[in-house]
Design a protein. Structure first.
Length: 454
């Protein structure tokens, strides 16, 4: 409980915090909802208003709020040992246990080693650095380039940002890193090629191949992509695309990095997004759901092929010169162990699959009623409702249009927390969501579209 009252918090919120990804003026005009507590799939703000959290925090609170198991694991660990590092000469038990657990649950993918960080951007940065060092250790240091997809989001550190496939994330910080190239990925609702999913997957796979050939495969370190693009607008590739990426990576001897920051730990309806596509990546980036958002934690996993390169005892060149003060933080790792345990024990991936399918079906019913809904798409409990001015032309609402925010505000006023990314309503609730919660949310959305006619 904050010692400050609601008015004080609201007045001071914008005074000292640089809020991420927000126009400061818009933020001054529209105060954010200040959340004070959470239980299950609900959150409560400083004014005592209760909401269903359709965002799952920020795609991360997979096990729901107030889980005693995680709170107790964190408390016990803090009491026992608040901190010790993985830097030369020391280690700590929770990080060792968590690394073992992660390797166990990714046995199907053949993962072998883990590098810890504190968030998705760290996980991606680690993956990029591992890929570059891997090729140096293999005697092919000229393989340094990364190919990613339009609309891809890989966090906002310089490496990850350089892989991002959207100008909005990049432009204020250019020039970015050299050696990062983006190509068209399969976006079924918005692409210049075809409405046929499998044909689209093949066209985009061929674009990827051509780009590798144009760059020269001997210069390409890795392909990096999200199994389902999240921040780009929940773009679900056709089923054949990821298997094609795996084939292409093998054909041209480049690594395949799955950025599973959102899709990992159940959100997409399988334990990992790449597993949902039947694909084994070489490197996997995990964050968010790994600790259900309770404390900062991320992990970058590498398979045996990649891990082996560090076993050659090549002296200084095989030093893994990467890590943070808080890599393998014992408290974060204790939270991770407890959170993963809940995801597995409660079979939250399967629940995300079943409830996610029901959610999409209910949202498609809304699409039949409200013409501003151009598309409903998603997999598991990551879903987007895309809003358009005209269904035939698919003209999207832009940042200057008030309509999308009017819809989300109406939802918030009626007890449902949803987020808009420009013209997309993003739905990513805790994976403990039930069909009753879905019905409640859909009825509030229906009301929002009815009140704000387009
Ligand atoms: C796919 C993906 N990668 C990386 C990140 C960056 O994670 P973080 O914000 O924890 O640094 C995100 C964040 O949403 C993400 O969705």
């Amino acid at each position: 409980m904050s010692s400050k009252n609601s008015a004080w918090l609201k007045e001071h919120n914008t005074r000292h915090i640089m809020h991420p990804m927000q126009d400061p003026k818009a933020l001054r005009d529209n105060l954010p909802v200040i959340i004070e507590s959470g239980d299950g799939v609900h959150i409560t703000d400083v004014d005592g208003r209760r909401f269903i959290d359709c965002q799952g925090g920020l795609w991360c609170v997979n096990a729901g709020y107030g889980r005693k198991e995680i709170v107790e694991a964190v408390t016990k660990q803090m009491e026992k040992l608040a901190y010790y590092s993985l830097f030369p000469g020391s280690s700590n038990a929770p990080s060792i246990e968590l690394s073992q657990k992660l390797i166990e649950i990714t046995a199907e993918e053949g993962m072998a080693k883990v590098s810890f960080g504190l968030g998705g951007s760290d996980a991606v940065e680690s993956a990029l650095k591992i890929a570059r060092q891997y090729w140096k250790l293999e005697g092919q240091g000229e393989k340094y380039k990364f190919i990613s997809l339009y609309n891809g989001y890989h966090g906002l550190n310089f490496g990850g940002m350089s892989a991002c496939g959207g100008i909005a994330w990049r432009s204020s910080y250019e020039p970015l890193m050299p050696g990062f190239i983006q190509v068209e990925g399969p976006h079924l609702y918005r692409n210049p090629f075809t409405n046929d999913p499998e044909e689209l997957a093949e066209i985009c796979a061929q674009i990827m191949e051509r780009q590798i050939e144009i760059q020269g495969a001997h210069t390409v370190a890795a392909i990096i992509a999200e199994p389902i693009q999240g921040a780009g607008g929940v773009i679900v590739p056709p089923a054949s695309y990821w298997p094609r990426l795996r084939q292409i990576a093998d054909k041209y001897n480049v690594l395949l990095i799955a950025d599973e920051v959102i899709t990992g730990l159940g959100r997409s309806g399988s334990l990992f997004g790449s597993r949902g596509w039947g694909v084994k990546p070489d490197i996997m980036c995990l964050a968010k759901g790994i600790s259900s958002g309770y404390v900062p934690l991320s992990a970058t996993l590498v398979n045996a092929r990649v891990a082996k390169a560090w076993e050659n005892d090549a002296g200084f060149t095989s030093v893994y010169m990467h890590g943070y003060t808080y890599s393998g933080h014992p408290v974060s790792c204790a939270a991770g162990l407890a959170a993963i345990d809940l995801v597995l024990k409660e079979n939250l991936a399967e629940n995300a699959h079943v409830v996610g399918d029901y959610f999409k079906q209910r949202l498609l019913e809304l699409k039949d009623k409200h013409r501003a809904i151009g598309d409903v798409r998603g997999k598991g409990l990551m879903i987007a409702v895309e809003l358009v001015k005209d269904r035939t032309t698919k003209e999207p609402f832009g940042p200057e249009d008030a309509f999308p925010n009017a819809i989300s505000e109406s939802c918030v006023n009626n007890g449902v927390m949803v987020r808009t990314i420009v013209n997309k309503l993003i739905i990513s609730p805790p994976l403990t969501f039930t069909k009753d919660h879905v019905d409640e949310v859909v009825s509030v959305l229906d009301q929002a579209f009815t009140l704000n006619r387009w």
